[in-house]
Ligand binder design. Structure first.
Ligand SMILES: [Zn+2]
Length: 56
């Protein structure tokens, strides 16, 4: 896997503190973290924003 930011090498890392079985991708070059949960939350946030815009 390649980092979106610096195109460095990303490694898989377990994050038992977040939730058991969670695996994130971390760039060993710049430290960028790709967390599936984080991505999901971000998508939900975008959806909420879209809903607010539609309501207005
Ligand atoms: Zn990077």
């Amino acid at each position: 896997m390649t980092c979106q930011k610096c195109r460095g090498l990303m490694i898989e890392e377990r994050q038992p503190e977040l939730s058991p079985g969670t695996i994130i991708h971390r760039c060993i070059n710049c430290g960028l973290i790709l967390d599936p949960l984080l991505l999901k939350n971000r998508l939900n946030h975008l959806r909420e924003k879209a809903a607010v815009l539609q309501a207005a």
